[in-house]
Design a binder for this molecule. Structure first.
Ligand code: SF4
Length: 230
């Protein structure tokens, strides 16, 4: 993907303006929110459900092994149920086919790249493209990814991918965001702590899992709750 290089707050400002425009319209458009895990979703899904009819899309074939994929998905489902009850929302969850073999084949050319580099950019592109296609096929009004809440993910790159996807699909579905701003990250931590949420030890793919094991951890600690998140 060619970089676009917009001014630093360009995408953040676009996202805030769009949300305020929708809030003022009193419409309630359908938003598909690509959701990688419960901690990243914790505050974002509550905030977005004030203005959107939210559906979470759990399309994360990057997560390896399957047992970890299932732990994260179960936590997301439990938290969504909690949010729906507590805030009287009706947030839905959709899971697409878990195909970690195809996902890792697509990453084969860039698997040596360090975390945060081209490998991760390719990973975002794969999952966001898949989610964008799902949003189009299922008549959503907007699509975005929760990943911009993470300090480990470059929100400018995520938004550039979103802008490229708008061009690719000749649509304006992508909602620009930088959810970590305006205390988003702090609120996310508070919501996660209140729920005593499961927090993963590594980002997701087999390469990050391998790096995690090399750091001296073992699979047993994979089910412990700690303060590390992705
Ligand atoms: S480290 Fe995370 S973002 Fe990067 S390729 Fe692996 S799963 Fe994707």
């Amino acid at each position: 993907m060619d970089r676009i290089n917009r001014p630093k707050l360009h995408y953040y400002n676009l996202g805030v303006a769009k949300i305020e425009e929708i809030r003022a319209s009193k419409m309630r458009p359908r938003l598909l929110l690509h959701s990688c895990c419960a901690p990243c979703n914790s505050y974002v899904m509550v905030m977005l459900s004030e203005v959107f009819d939210v559906t979470l899309l759990y399309n994360n074939s990057n997560i390896y092994p399957k047992s970890e994929y299932t732990i994260r998905f179960d936590e997301l489902k439990a938290y969504t149920e909690h949010v729906n009850e507590k805030y009287n929302c009706n947030i839905k969850i959709v899971e697409v086919n878990y195909d970690t073999i195809s996902y890792h084949k697509k990453l084969a050319q860039v698997n040596d790249d360090k975390e945060g580099g081209l490998r991760c950019q390719t990973c975002y592109e794969i999952r966001m493209d898949e989610a964008y296609g799902y949003a189009l096929e299922n008549d959503f009004d907007y699509f975005t990814t929760v990943m911009s809440i993470s300090v480990h993910k470059n929100s400018i790159i995520l938004n550039e991918i979103g802008e490229h996807l708008n061009q690719k699909y000749q649509s304006n579905l992508y909602l620009f965001s930088d959810f970590k701003k305006k205390d988003g990250l702090l609120k996310s931590k508070q919501f996660s702590d209140d729920f005593k949420m499961y927090r993963q030890q590594y980002c997701g793919c087999a390469y990050s899992y391998s790096a995690y094991l090399k750091r001296g951890n073992n699979e047993k600690s994979n089910v412990q709750k700690t303060n590390i998140t992705n």
